[in-house]
Design a protein around this ligand. Structure first.
Ligand SMILES: Nc1ncnc2c1ncn2[C@@H]1O[C@H](COP(=O)(O)OP(=O)(O)OP(=O)(O)O)[C@@H](O)[C@H]1O
Ligand SMILES: [Mg+2]
Length: 508
């Protein structure tokens, strides 16, 4: 078989940030009609490489060369890269939330009438057409804020497609998608490949990568470590080992049967309003309890109200009705502060909105929730603060020069680790984790699972939401399945499997 033509090649790219070499002499190529995966641990340099390809970092800001169709390209800005046929979907979706779908898709390139006014009609038509190519049934007049994350993702892709790219770069595009949406999305990428668009695909979901991608390259600490081809078969163990540079023996720790039957928290008859549909309830009537030290899994399809329910328990969203009992006594939770006082912590799904203090260091972001315990008179015991921050910095393998580094300069996955550490270090009674491993690399996932088990052994209860069923099944003692606003099923570990959970979730 003839080798496919190379359409993009990168030679000896080195990119430095203050104190870090993010990319160290990386060379790679992308071929015609190919989906190429770039994988690696959090902070390995994946996003940085893609930002170079998409012109976010200009050619003056790195060493090395980029060739598109054998032509040397020196991008000064994203516009130059676009003109060379490269489009990028960023790890953090960059939409104007208060503009409509059509406006977002055509942002910066509104069609004009002869008189120079914006041609709204044409704009809607163009937006509709490109969404149809994606088989996306989205109202072009809706404001982007009202869309689900997966629909927002499709809007980003539509925007990229409108520029007729030859090369599409996707940085963790499925981290916000459900399993079904992911399937549809992967079909779409296949279709685009058939239409002559090559993709560079970044993801921490290796199953997806192996299924979708023709070739995989692995980055570690800014260096290209190795390359695998689908036609030779993927060996996931050896790929994982080359990613993390050590052997990973067990992914999931042993979960022992819990002896303590004491109830920690019980919620009764929770009713929670829809956040966007006025007058409707997303949670209609939900009651359940959690025992001390138990890891309870909250399963359900996206849109089943899992996040809304835990946000309402935590006092982040209002509830229409419902009672909470903590250790047998009725508790009033009207805001997150009330919840924290009772010993409840929540790692929200949307860490960007509710998580970071951007102007602070890793250390201070981590210790934000335990400042009270660190108080020594009127001061903060900064020695102790540093010790604790360092401990979790190491435990979670945060990639950064040190704990004083500003959180803004971290890679996506490493920012998440910092927020996770914030809750892990608090002496809570109940920790609610909403998609705790989203965007996190395999090696660190294993660390997080181990930490969860340690917490539960020390008597802390955990309520876990995850869209990745294998992870949920492996980690939880018991499962509550939500659907249509009520509890559809309650299953014990051992009795639950992917099939009966999905059946209960879709109520079939
Ligand atoms: N603006 C910046 N200033 C300083 N350092 C940075 C900046 N952007 C990235 N880095 C550093 O460069 C390295 C590579 O980061 P990058 O975002 O490329 O990682 P990544 O492979 O995309 O990780 P993730 O899987 O977590 O998204 C990291 O050590 C990161 O801290
Ligand atoms: Mg990244």
């Amino acid at each position: 078989m003839k080798e496919k033509r190379v359409i993009l090649s990168v030679e000896n790219i080195t990119k430095r940030f203050l104190g870090t070499v993010a990319l160290n002499k990386v060379s790679m190529e992308l071929r015609e009609n190919e989906i190429l995966a770039v994988i690696g641990e959090n902070g390995a340099g994946k996003s940085t490489l893609m930002k170079i390809l998409s012109g976010i970092y200009s050619s003056k800001e790195y060493e090395g060369n980029i060739y598109v169709n054998n032509k040397l390209c020196q991008f000064r800005n994203p516009h130059d890269s676009e003109n060379a046929g490269i489009a990028m979907i960023y790890q953090e979706l960059n939409l104007e939330l208060d503009l409509t779908v059509a406006e977002n898709i055509l942002l910066g390139r509104y069609p004009r009438t002869k008189l120079g006014f914006v041609d709204w009609k044409k704009m809607r038509k163009m937006a509709k057409e490109v969404l149809e190519r994606l088989h996306a049934n989205i109202d072009v007049n809706a404001t982007v804020r009202s869309l689900s994350p997966s629909m927002q993702q499709l809007v980003c892709i539509a925007r990229a497609l409108l520029r007729n790219p030859k090369i599409l770069i996707l940085d963790e595009p499925t981290s916000v998608l459900t399993e079904n949406e992911t399937k549809v999305f992967m079909n779409l990428l296949h279709e685009m490949k058939e239409q002559g668009i090559s993709c560079i695909y970044i993801s921490h979901k290796l199953d997806e990568v192996f299924q979708l991608c023709d070739r995989v390259i692995v980055l570690r600490d800014g260096q290209l470590i190795c390359e695998y081809e689908k036609k030779h078969g993927y060996d996931s163990k050896s790929i994982i080992n080359s990613m993390i540079g050590r052997r990973l023996d067990v992914m999931y720790p042993q979960i022992e049967k819990k002896e303590d039957d004491t109830e920690l928290l019980r919620i009764e008859n929770f009713r929670v309003p829809h956040t966007s549909a006025y007058g409707k309830s997303i949670i209609k009537d939900v009651s359940f309890s959690i025992k001390k030290g138990e890891i309870l899994g909250l399963a359900g399809l996206v849109g089943s109200g899992r996040s809304e329910l835990v946000n309402a328990i935590f006092g982040l969203l209002p509830k229409t009705s419902g009672r909470i009992y903590m250790e047998g006594r009725e508790a009033k939770i009207n805001n997150p502060e009330d919840a924290i006082k009772l010993g409840i912590g929540l790692l929200t799904e949307d860490r960007k909105k509710n998580g970071y203090v951007w102007s602070m260091s890793i250390e201070h972001n981590m210790t934000l929730a335990i400042l009270r315990e660190l108080r020594k008179g009127i001061f903060i015991d900064s020695k102790k603060e540093q010790e604790i921050a360092k401990e979790y910095f190491t435990k979670l393998n945060v990639k950064a020069p040190g704990i004083k580094t500003l959180i803004t300069s971290l890679s996506g996955g490493n920012q998440q680790k910092v927020i996770l550490a914030r809750w892990l270090m608090t002496k809570l009674k109940l920790l609610i984790l909403d998609e705790p491993t989203r965007g996190i690399d395999v090696g660190t996932k294993a660390e997080i699972y181990k930490l969860m088990v340690d917490l539960s052994k020390s008597g802390i209860s955990i309520l876990m939401i995850s869209s990745e069923l294998p992870e949920l099944l492996a980690m939880c003692d018991r499962f509550i399945v939500l659907g249509k606003g009520v509890v559809q099923a309650e299953l014990e570990r051992g009795e639950a499997n992917e099939v009966n959970i999905m059946q209960a979730a879709s109520n079939t």
